[in-house]
Design a protein around this ligand. Structure first.
Ligand code: AMP
Length: 395
């Protein structure tokens, strides 16, 4: 069923959103991106003449209500972004909550309390899902960030709406963007992978070798590849148990005609600190008492060259410890190169928690083609896995 073509007039739509936003100790939402991204879906339902019941999780409560994880804290942000009052219900399945949604007037927007106050949500409990389903006539999944989970509200609930289930605008865009990278024949296709660990990115790297022309590897994981090739990496991050695997990946890339680009230089420091002097070193000649915390200027130049000449770009994971100002330059430069390529008509997809945080830090999110809201979900989708939240709607 197509969301944009569906007429919500007189319908109550139960919308699974991802309002799992960061909230500070004063209860203030510090980044409202996820709320903002859900607004088009909500507005379309209202403008059709329907009503909306929103449900989400927030954080990791211990299967019971607790004020620090209450969605009540986001009501102000939601109301100002939506420019209308909303009705907050302090329990997602109580009789009184069902009473409220039973008699909803068209144009109303309801927000249910955190789904994860019930352990049944993560367990994918059928009974819990059926209670949630009683809130509405139509089910809309617009939470890409949790699409890889078979939870009650993301997957099991779809069974209760066999003829009235669909993706919202946000998920639809996410799928279109990832499919574009997966199915496109545009070349060169460049994947940039960074972040701390090889281990968490192995599956995606292997999968990418079948697709990409260039694979740029930066961040902490690069040192495992350098050490595997007998480089001296000092105290840099390394996963010794993956040295053989790193060599296998390099060989596989060669066999498949994929060009791998590893950093040639590294910005080093004696400690994991923003306070001590830094020095650029060849990445395979780092002294025993130093560690590489960012890519160096030569690597930036080489990576930039590959990126600006690409037609399709996928980026996951920072090039260095971008949380510290001394080691931001590599990640920032890569972000700017991606923007430059996008201006030259490349399609760029940024995904995975830390690369999204990085692109937002440099305020470049609006200058790339698509920033995915679902880190884990996006990676699993790219790996070719079936996501329960997507399957539940498609089947
Ligand atoms: P991941 O969650 O695997 O994408 O890793 C992201 C984290 O990797 C960020 O917190 C970065 O600070 C960290 N990181 C990136 N480069 C390095 C490096 N050279 N040494 C240590 N940590 C790094």
């Amino acid at each position: 069923m197509n969301f944009k073509e569906y007429n919500f007039n007189n319908k109550r739509a139960l919308v699974r959103v991802d309002f799992n936003v960061p909230i500070d100790s004063q209860g203030v939402v510090t980044d409202d991106t996820r709320i903002r991204m859900a607004i088009p879906t909500i507005k379309k339902i209202i403008s059709d003449g329907g009503s909306v019941v929103l449900m989400s999780h927030l954080g990791r409560p211990k299967d019971a209500p607790s004020p620090e994880f209450s969605l009540k804290q986001i009501v102000g942000s939601l109301e100002s972004l939506l420019e209308r009052k909303i009705i907050f219900i302090s329990d997602c399945i109580s009789d009184s909550s069902l009473e409220t949604t039973k008699n909803l007037e068209n144009g109303s927007v309801v927000l249910l309390e955190n789904l994860r106050f019930y352990k049944e949500e993560k367990l994918g409990d059928k009974d819990f899902a059926s209670k949630l389903a009683n809130h509405a006539d139509v089910y809309v999944n617009d939470a890409f960030g949790t699409a890889h989970r078979a939870h009650a509200s993301t997957s099991i609930i779809a069974d209760y709406f066999p003829n009235d289930k669909m993706f919202g605008i946000l998920i639809e865009n996410e799928i279109l963007s990832v499919d574009k990278v997966l199915n496109s024949n545009s070349h060169p296709l460049t994947a940039i992978v960074g972040g701390a660990k090889v281990s968490s990115k192995i599956t995606i790297i292997s999968k990418l070798l079948d697709k990409v022309d260039h694979l740029i590897i930066g961040g902490g994981m690069a040192y495992t590849f350098i050490k595997a090739q007998n480089g001296s990496i000092g105290k840099s991050l390394v996963e010794d148990q993956y040295l053989d695997l790193a060599l296998e990946i390099l060989q596989e890339a060669k066999d498949k005609g994929v060009q791998i680009h590893l950093p040639s230089d590294s910005l080093c420091c004696k400690e994991f600190s923003n306070e001590l002097p830094t020095k650029v070193r060849p990445i395979n000649q780092i002294p025993e008492d130093e560690m590489g915390l960012d890519i160096g200027p030569e690597s930036i130049k080489a990576f930039n060259e590959v990126i600006v000449n690409s037609s399709l770009i996928l980026w996951n994971g920072p090039m260095g410890v971008f949380e510290m100002s001394n080691f931001q330059n590599g990640t920032g430069s890569i972000a700017h190169s991606i923007v430059k390529a996008t201006e030259n008509n490349a399609f760029s997809l940024i995904g995975g928690g830390d690369s999204v945080a990085a692109i937002n830090l440099f305020k470049l999110g609006s200058k790339v083609s698509h920033v995915s809201t679902g880190g884990g979900a996006m990676l699993e989708y790219l790996e070719g896995k079936q996501l329960p939240g997507i399957e539940a709607i498609n089947n």
